[in-house]
Ligand binder design. Sequence first.
Ligand code: HEC
Length: 204
Amino acid sequence: MADNDNDKLLEHAYDGIQEYDNPLPTWWKWIFYVTILVVPIYYWDPMGIGVGPGKEKAYEEQMAAFSAAHPKTAGTYTDEQVAAFAKDPARVEAGKVVYTTYCVPCHRPDGGGQIGPNLTDDFWIHGGRPTDVMKTVVEGVLAKGMPNWGKMLKPDQVEGVVGYVITLHGTNPANPKAPEGVQAAPDSVPSVSQGAAGPAKKGM
Ligand code: HEC
């Protein structure tokens, strides 16, 4: 590195400390020059010019990735969208797996109800519209022991399980729990077994 011939003591002394006036090592200077050469490639990047996607685009991409990985709020769905989940066989099949894993202890495998209410009848404590069911599942009813699944499940799991719950409506479970809540309007609860012709078409 520094050649001893270069060692030249500077005049000043601070607190009795003196220093040499040696040049920086060549390897260090080259790293510095290379960083200067690289700067123009990235300098314009935030404006979207150059190698990267740009600040705004990168933000949008990250937000899209985030919302894909986190549950939507229940309010972003329409009744038609939620009802459609129940008519998508692949989604319902995936939803059944979620139901079997998480919901059975309280709602029974056939949805007849145990700790939680019967999910197959026309009576709903929190409303029988597809979006009502979505809201109950996403937000839960913590005070009554219904967990907020939106915090625990991925969006496609929530969509699947809600679709599956909708298919349970109108089925005949063994030993069903007595109806709880109010009877939903006949057109508000979509039901595959009822033909699923037009869930929530009226009164939207
Ligand atoms: C720890 C017990 C428990 C588990 C597990 C559970 N629930 Fe519930 N669920 C309840 C209770 C209790 C209620 C009734 C809340 C009330 O009385 O307000 C309920 C209510 C509901 C309702 C609304 C019924 C109505 O009449 O409005 C739906 C829909 C529902 N649960 C779906 C699910 C789904 C889907 C899962 C699985 C992802 C699940 N629940 C898991 C306890 C549970």
